[in-house]
Design a protein. Structure first.
Length: 133
């Protein structure tokens, strides 16, 4: 009878020990996950920072490309004209005939003398210049 009680107690102790081990394993897993959480959050923050850097880099590239395209589009080359040999109106007509033949024929475009108009001052700027100089 005592042997049976001892065997029963032993088996109960084994069951309790196995339950405690499984509980400890679960707690250890939870602790490991908690320890990894800041790492994952840091990694997520770094990933979003990298994404922003990539977006900014792409924006800079696009701006550079647009600027370069604008410069290339406005790139004008000098025409081999000796200074003073041909008057400006004749030069303009020659260029227009060469580049826009149909437009010149249809519209009868003629050169006009350009005039510069002085830049208007804003009221606030004029006030500061007059009273604060």
């Amino acid at each position: 009878m005592e042997m049976e009680i001892i065997k029963r107690n032993k088996s109960e102790m084994k069951n309790i020990l196995s339950e405690m081990r499984s509980i400890l394993n679960g707690i250890n897993k939870v602790n490991k996950e908690k320890d990894q959480m800041p790492y994952l959050e840091d990694r997520k923050a770094k990933d979003t920072q990298l994404e922003w850097q990539e977006v900014r880099c792409q924006n800079y590239k696009n701006n550079l490309r647009n600027t370069w395209d604008a410069i290339k589009g406005l790139n004008m080359h000098l025409i081999g004209v000796i200074e003073g040999k041909q008057d400006v109106e004749q030069l303009f007509e020659d260029i227009m005939m060469e580049k826009f033949l149909n437009l010149v024929k249809e519209m009868g475009i003629k050169p006009q003398e350009a005039q510069r108009i002085p830049k208007k001052q804003k009221h606030k700027e004029a006030h500061t210049k007059i009273y604060h100089n």
